[in-house]
Every structure is written in C-alpha cells, then in structure tokens.
Design a protein. Structure first.
Length: 230
C-alpha cells in the first residue's frame, strides 16, 4: 500500500480538511512526535499552504484529541499521561466488546471474508519498514468491526476514540508485540465468525486490555531507563 504524497492529499479534498488530514497522518506515522511543538508557519511552509488552513486544522485536531494548546507556549502533539492512556484503553475495551457482541449476531459470510483478508494482510507486514501500513490495517480491522454493526452513532464515537488511540499505537506492537497482536486478531475473527457473541466479547475485551499491559510495560521500562541515565 503506497501512502499518498502531501500534494495528492491536498488535491483530492477541500483545503482545510486536507490540511487537517495530512497533519493527522504525520502524527500517526511518527513524523510529528508525541510532545513535539508544531509551529503554524513551519507547518504551512511544509504543506505549501497559507497559515489560515493550518490554524483551522490545529483547532480541529485539538477537538479530535491529537493536539494540545498550551497557553503562552504554543501547540503540541498531545502526550498522554499513563492515567489518560488507561482511561482510553478501558473505554475501548468496553466499546470493542460491545462491537463484537453486536457483529457476532449478524455478520455475513462476505463480511467474514473481508475481515479475514485484513488479518492476512497484517500477518504479511512483519518488517520494520511495514510498520506504517501495519498500523493502517490494524485500525481498519477494528473500524470495520464497528462499521459492520451498521450503527452510525457507534461509528461516530469510535472514530473519535481511534484518533486518540493513534497517539499510543506505536507502543506494544513492535518486536514480538506485533505477532501477539496478530494472533489475538485471528482469535477475534474466529469468535465473530462462529457467531458466538459471548466468546467475541471475552476475546475482544482481553485483546484491548492485553494491549494496555504491553503499553504500560513499555512506558515503565522507558521511565526506569531514563531514571538510570540521569
């Protein structure tokens, strides 16, 4: 999967929306790091646009939970505290479980094959150079489960939640974590495909909380290393 260039993104959408989507993409793929200060003029120059659409995009991304405005300091890529991260995972565990319950009772054979194709694609993305596409497929897998429930309000809530989750997505899946995540995705698909709502609930809830444990372990390890170095 080839990622779109800045120019391609800007040419296919209205300018304010394109700028917001492009800045969001740069946050998701790690070009703009968590905690990094974003300067309006520099971002505008990078994207080849005026400062107005960038200012508007910053406001939209703040509402989406990706940026944080700090008074007298500027705009920063949002850095979640461990407590905020837990709240996000806890909420996702509940919502993903609900999505699994709903979909297991109504999924079609063609939808099963669509989800299977996504999981197979994720399993093929094992190299470090595949990480960006892996994250896209991972998000697509979870988005599809919610989308297939055909509950528009649920999909709206899920989109906001997944946007914030992108701030954490690079943790817990690198190295052996990606293999673990793939195995859990296969278990989710098998539970939904068997049309067993209770099994789907249990596995999806476990999958999200396992992700939390991996994320927390990485954060605590990084904090210990930083403390040792200082």
């Amino acid at each position: 999967m080839n990622l779109p260039t800045d120019l391609q993104v800007l040419q296919t959408k209205s300018l304010p929306k394109a700028v917001q989507d492009e800045i969001g993409r740069l946050i998701v793929n790690g070009t703009f790091k968590v905690g990094q200060k974003l300067v309006e003029m520099e971002v505008a120059k990078r994207l080849g646009v005026s400062r107005g659409p960038v200012r508007e995009a910053f406001r939209g991304l703040e509402e989406a939970g990706l940026l944080r405005f700090c008074r007298n300091r500027g705009v920063f890529v949002r850095e979640l505290t461990l407590e905020e991260a837990f709240e996000l995972y806890e909420l996702r565990a509940g919502l993903d479980s609900l999505a699994g319950r709903m979909l297991a009772s109504r999924i079609s054979d063609s939808q099963i094959e669509e989800l299977r194709a996504i999981t197979q694609r994720m399993e093929s993305l094992s190299g470090p150079e595949d990480l960006d596409e892996y994250f896209q497929c991972n998000a697509q897998f979870h988005d599809k489960i919610v989308e297939m429930t055909r509950n528009r309000k649920f999909a709206e809530i899920n989109r906001r939640l997944m946007q914030e989750t992108t701030l954490l997505r690079r943790s817990g899946v690198e190295g052996g974590g990606r293999e673990i995540s793939n195995r859990e995705h296969r278990m989710i698909l098998d539970a939904i495909a068997s049309r067993d709502p209770e099994k789907a609930v249990a596995i999806m809830h476990s999958h999200v909380l396992n992700g939390w444990e991996r994320y927390k372990a990485e954060v605590e390890a990084a904090d210990r290393e930083e403390s040792t170095e200082s």
